[in-house]
Design a protein around this ligand. Structure first.
Ligand SMILES: *Cc1c(COP(=O)(O)O)cnc(C)c1O
Length: 235
């Protein structure tokens, strides 16, 4: 497959995903504009990722910091980079200047490290807190039982702005993921009134290729899609 063929395949895939997103929004009585599609480019090269802004996709995600750094250096500065995977504290310094949003802040230690590093760099870092709703699969993340300690924890952070929550559903048939997504929404609705600016806590990053339509029906504002866009595309 040459680059032109890859481009037209991606265009077709994107149109299919857009149609599915639009239907899910209609079913949920939501506006399409309330959901941001983040294309997770971890399986493709920078050369292929570079086709995405031409197709109108400016929100791109990576799950490993080194790969995000590499692609950010190779792609236009107009890209909004989303760090969707686990971030080690020693990678914060180099990552902060490059990212629009860090999706998976999974511990108080990381939250505090990001707050300190952002203060040092005199910038603000927008984050989501990862919640391990199902208690299985990923070991990372806060649990719903942490809900009580999150508001005071965030209140003491000035450079980290918590924009919402993120979760990874276990790999299951999509309908079985619905309770996980609904629980994340409930947790957000519970936390939001307890937080003051700059912590807006409005966003829900949930839904991947396997389950994004159900996630949108349950209120996702960011869906993170890789396979459904890039399957079979070899860099
Ligand atoms: C890879 C990845 C995705 C995309 O997953 P697909 O199932 O390929 O759509 C989403 N979120 C995170 C954190 C990922 O690592």
């Amino acid at each position: 497959m040459d680059l032109a063929e890859t481009r037209s395949l991606l265009q077709k895939r994107l149109a299919q995903v857009e149609a599915r997103l639009a239907s899910a929004c209609v079913r949920a009585g939501r506006e399409r504009a309330q959901v941001t599609l983040v294309a997770v480019t971890k399986t493709v090269s920078a050369e292929i990722a570079r086709l995405l802004p031409e197709l109108g996709l400016l929100d791109l995600g990576e799950n490993r910091p080194q790969e995000l750094w590499r692609k950010a250096a190779a792609l236009p500065a107009t890209i909004r980079w989303h760090m969707v995977g686990h971030l080690q504290r020693n990678k914060a310094e180099a990552t902060l200047p490059l990212v629009e949003l860090i999706h998976a802040v999974d511990s108080e230690r990381l939250l505090r490290a990001l707050d300190e590093e952002a203060a040092r760099q005199k910038r603000v870092v927008k984050v989501l807190l990862e919640v391990n709703v199902s208690g299985e699969g990923s070991k990372h993340g806060f649990t719903p039982d942490d809900a009580g300690r999150l508001p005071p924890m965030l209140a003491s952070c000035r450079h980290v702005h918590a924009l919402g929550l993120m979760t990874m559903a276990p790999l299951q048939p999509p309908e079985q993921c619905r309770p996980v997504f609904a629980a994340l929404r409930t947790l957000r609705d519970q936390l939001r009134p307890q937080l003051a600016a700059p912590h807006t806590m409005g966003h829900l990053s949930m839904g991947m290729s396997n389950d994004f339509e159900v996630a949108v029906e349950e209120g996702a504002t960011l869906v993170r899609l890789g396979t459904v866009l890039f399957e079979g595309i070899v860099s």
